[in-house]
Write a protein that binds this ligand. Structure first.
Ligand code: FNR
Length: 186
């Protein structure tokens, strides 16, 4: 069985983002047989049907291509005003099209999120799950990865220092590997 190729992206553009740091931690903690590649959403323009009609913007074409060739997608979401930040929702919107051949269709997806607050992006993750109903993506139902009090879990360089979280991250990624394998190779 070959390596699982996972494409990861985080819905924050902030250099010191907890969610970007969490995604890097996931890349480090990936189990044997799983390779996580990170895609930076900074170059993805705002969705515009006119731009789409005149050809895919290059960054969108790259993202769609990388999603298509990945075995699974790992999305790491912050929570803004009890919802999904525009950066991530915008990327999902681009990759939900064209609806009959969407890059996200029938892709296994793992969801994680980090927040300094106490609910650890629970509401944002629930919202994202609703989007996956439309895109026909297969979001892993359990375990959930909700990182609360993220400000206490990384050092100044953005390295995950909280040992229980690191162990849970490993467990989560092993479960995600099993989930992705359920759907077979791309
Ligand atoms: C927030 N934050 C926030 N946190 C939360 O747990 N629930 C929320 O609804 C919100 N709402 C919210 C709105 C806006 C506009 C901002 C900028 C922030 C705080 C948020 O979790 C915090 O800024 C995180 O650090 C953002 O994630 P990154 O950038 O660290 O990955």
């Amino acid at each position: 069985m070959g390596d699982l190729r996972i494409l990861g992206f985080a819905g924050s553009l902030r250099r010191a983002s907890y969610n970007r740091a969490l995604l890097r931690a996931a890349r480090e903690q990936a189990p044997d047989g799983m390779i996580i590649t990170i895609f930076d959403l900074i170059d993805i323009p705002l969705y515009n049907g006119d731009a789409e009609a005149s050809g895919e913007p290059p960054a969108v074409a790259r993202l769609r291509q990388e999603i298509r060739s990945a075995d699974g997608i790992l999305m790491v979401t912050p929570e803004y005003n009890h919802g999904v930040p525009g950066v991530l929702k915008n990327a999902v919107d681009w990759c939900s099209r064209p609806p009959q051949d969407a890059a996200l269709a029938r892709k296994p997806v793992g969801l994680m999120g980090a927040s300094p607050g106490s609910t650890g992006t629970a509401r944002a993750q629930s919202q994202l799950r609703q989007s996956f109903e439309f895109t026909s993506s297969y979001a892993m139902p359990q375990p959930e990865f909700l990182m609360a009090r993220a400000n206490e879990k990384f050092d100044a360089e953005g390295k995950l220092t909280d040992e229980p979280t690191r162990l849970f991250l490993q467990r989560f990624l092993r479960a995600f590997a099993d989930w992705v394998r359920l759907f077979g190779p791309r």
